[in-house]
Design a protein around this ligand. Structure first.
Ligand code: ZN
Length: 260
C-alpha cells in the first residue's frame, strides 16, 4: 500500500489521504477536502480513484466528495449511520466489513463511536499495520465529543484502539500534534518523552510531520495514560469529587481539553 498524505492547508488543518494499490494503481481517497488538490495529485501519479471513504459525516471530511465523484465516478463508502447525513453514499458499512482497493489493499471497518455516532476507523493488517482514524484518535490527543459522547469515545479507545498492535501506524484526520502535546505536558509535566517529542515536531511542518505509532501514543498521549499518577493527581485538583477510574479520567481529560 502506498499512502499519500495531503495537507489541506485550511484553518482546521485537515489531512486527506490517497491510498494506492501498487499492483493496479487503483486508489481510494479518505476524507476528501480539497478535491482539486486530490485530483491533481492522482492525475500526476497515474492513480485511478475508485473509492471515497468518509470516516464520518462532518463537512470537512466530505466536502470534496461531489467533485471527486464527478471527475472519477468513484463510489462513496461510509458508516451505516451516515446514510442520511452524507449525500449519495454507495456502500454503507459496519463493524468488521472489509473494503477492497485494487487487488492488494483490504481495509477493515471499525465502528468507532464517540466523536460522532457514524464514525469509522479503517484498519489495514497487511504488512505494517495502519489505522486511518479520522477524528477519533489524533496524534497525542482524542477527538472532541461535541456531536458525540465522551463515554462512548472512551469505550472505543479501551475496547478497540488499545487492543490493536503497538506497531500500528496512526493516520488521523487533522494535524493537531503540537497543541495536543502541549496539553499532554500540561497534564503530565514530568513526561520527558513528550518534552522531547514536542521539540522534534516543532521543527516539522504539517507536510513533513512524523507518523506516530500506537506505541508512541502510549508514551505521550494523555488519553492513553489513564492510570498515570501525575495525570490522576492533577485531574483531582480540578475535579476533587471524581473516582479516578480510567473512564472518568478519560472523560474529564476530554472536558479540560475542550477549554484548552
Ligand atoms: Zn469531525
Amino acid at each position: 500500500m502506498l499512502i499519500k498524505r495531503l495537507y489541506m492547508n485550511n484553518p482546521l488543518r485537515n489531512y486527506s489521504y490517497i491510498i494506492v494499490c501498487e499492483d493496479t494503481q487503483a486508489a481510494a481517497v479518505i476524507d476528501p477536502f480539497d478535491a482539486d488538490m486530490i485530483l491533481d495529485c492522482a492525475k500526476e501519479n497515474g492513480w485511478q480513484i475508485e473509492k471515497i471513504i468518509n470516516t464520518h459525516e462532518h463537512f470537512d471530511h466530505i466536502q470534496g466528495n461531489e467533485a471527486v465523484v464527478k471527475a472519477t465516478q468513484a463510489k462513496i463508502v461510509a458508516h451505516v449511520n451516515a446514510k442520511d447525513s452524507i449525500p449519495n453514499v454507495d456502500h454503507l458499512v459496519t463493524a468488521g466489513d472489509t473494503i477492497q482497493v485494487g487487488s492488494s489493499i483490504e481495509l477493515t471497518a471499525l465502528d468507532t463511536p464517540g466523536h460522532t455516532f457514524a464514525h469509522l476507523c479503517l484498519f489495514s493488517a497487511q504488512g505494517t499495520p495502519r489505522l486511518f482514524c479520522g477524528d477519533t484518535l489524533f496524534n497525542a490527543g482524542a477527538g472532541n465529543c461535541y456531536t458525540g459522547n465522551a463515554n462512548a469515545l472512551y469505550k472505543t479507545f479501551s475496547e478497540q484502539l488499545f487492543k490493536l498492535p503497538l506497531n500500528t501506524e496512526v493516520y488521523p484526520g487533522h494535524d493537531y500534534i503540537t497543541n495536543n502535546l502541549e496539553f499532554s505536558l500540561d497534564r503530565e509535566p514530568d513526561n520527558e518523552f513528550a518534552h522531547q517529542l514536542l521539540q522534534e515536531v516543532s521543527a516539522q511542518t504539517p507536510q513533513t510531520r512524523m507518523v506516530t505509532t500506537l506505541e508512541i501514543e502510549g508514551k505521550m498521549n494523555a488519553f492513553f495514560r489513564l492510570s498515570n499518577k501525575q495525570i490522576i493527581n492533577k485531574l483531582l485538583e480540578s475535579f476533587p469529587d471524581i473516582s479516578p477510574s480510567e473512564e472518568q479520567v478519560f472523560v474529564h481529560l476530554r472536558k479540560l481539553r475542550d477549554k484548552w
